[in-house]
Design a protein around this ligand. Structure first.
Ligand SMILES: Nc1ncnc2c1ncn2[C@@H]1O[C@H](COP(=O)(O)OP(=O)(O)OP(=O)(O)O)[C@@H](O)[C@H]1O
Ligand SMILES: [Mg+2]
Length: 256
């Protein structure tokens, strides 16, 4: 039996009300367990693509099938269930600053609880143990009672990773997870994201500006330009020409 894609996107389009055509017909099959990195210059449509998948933006055309279910148009309970299965990691971390590290990881469990249990913080013993385990796995076991706003940027993003995994997400979407970090913290965050999602067999789509990180971690690289995929291939297939085509002749994103 052949393996089915976990995500199958066909001719996805997004035109904003002001007429901007951010996605012009993007088609992509993502296989279970893949680590995909999407690159492309500013405005290419990378964020819009991730936002259409989890319906932070409504697509204006095309089809999205996730785990065999058509999620091109979802709302209400179906959307809540979908969001629970899709982990999001953001450039700005999106932690609740006044909560502790472990409480932030536990927020990943909220989608599975009644609103009353959630409001009262009635997490199960298993949830708490899993949260501690995940914090240890991202190197933050010792920091678990620290307030989120007392952590460094790189540490906060590692909490973001633990929270997405705590959700039992099978697909993690990360939009520029290292854009606000220095090279050392970027390295640590990308390494943990890659390692933990490999261990848990979680599929990842990561938007990055840094071509060197894309080449280092990706199974496949997707090049997006003006709302269209102009390149799909393995890291070693990303030649200088591919990069010039994606980013223009300036070469200011080229790091070799
Ligand atoms: N809410 C919106 N309303 C109108 N246009 C938008 C909106 N959001 C994004 N756009 C436009 O859609 C296009 C794609 O934007 P998007 O944010 O997806 O690019 P990106 O590849 O993520 O860029 P960056 O690398 O700078 O994050 C851009 O032209 C942008 O101006
Ligand atoms: Mg973006």
């Amino acid at each position: 039996m052949s393996v089915q894609p976990i995500l199958s996107v066909t001719e996805l389009k997004k035109t904003f009300p002001d007429g901007t055509r951010a996605l012009r017909g993007v088609s992509l099959d993502v296989m279970p367990g893949e680590f995909l990195v999407m690159i492309g210059s500013s405005g290419a449509g990378k964020s819009t693509f991730l936002r259409c998948i989890n319906h932070l933006f409504e697509p204006t055309g095309g089809r999205i099938v996730y785990d065999g279910r058509d999620i091109s148009k979802v709302s209400g309970a179906k959307l809540r269930r979908l969001r629970r299965e899709l982990g999001m990691i953001f450039q700005g971390y999106n932690l609740v600053k006044r909560l502790s590290t472990i409480e932030n990881v536990l927020l990943g469990r909220l989608g599975y609880m009644s609103s009353i249990s959630g409001a009262l913080g009635l997490y199960t013993k298993q949830d708490r143990e899993r949260a501690v385990e995940l914090l240890i796995r991202v190197g933050l076991g010792e920091q678990r009672f620290k307030r989120a706003d007392q952590l460094s940027g790189g540490q906060q993003q590692r909490v973001g990773i633990a929270r997405a995994i705590a959700q039992n997400a099978r697909l993690v979407l990360a939009d520029e997870p290292i854009a606000s970090l220095d090279p050392k913290a970027s390295d640590t965050v990308m390494s943990y994201l890659h390692e933990v999602t490999r261990e848990e067999n979680i599929t990842c789509i990561v938007n990055l500006h840094q071509v060197d990180y894309a080449k280092r971690f990706a199974d496949r690289i997707i090049g997006l330009k003006d709302g269209e995929i102009t390149f799909i291939g393995k890291p070693e297939e990303v030649t200088d020409k591919v990069i010039r085509d994606l980013y223009g002749e300036k070469g200011d994103q080229v790091d070799e």
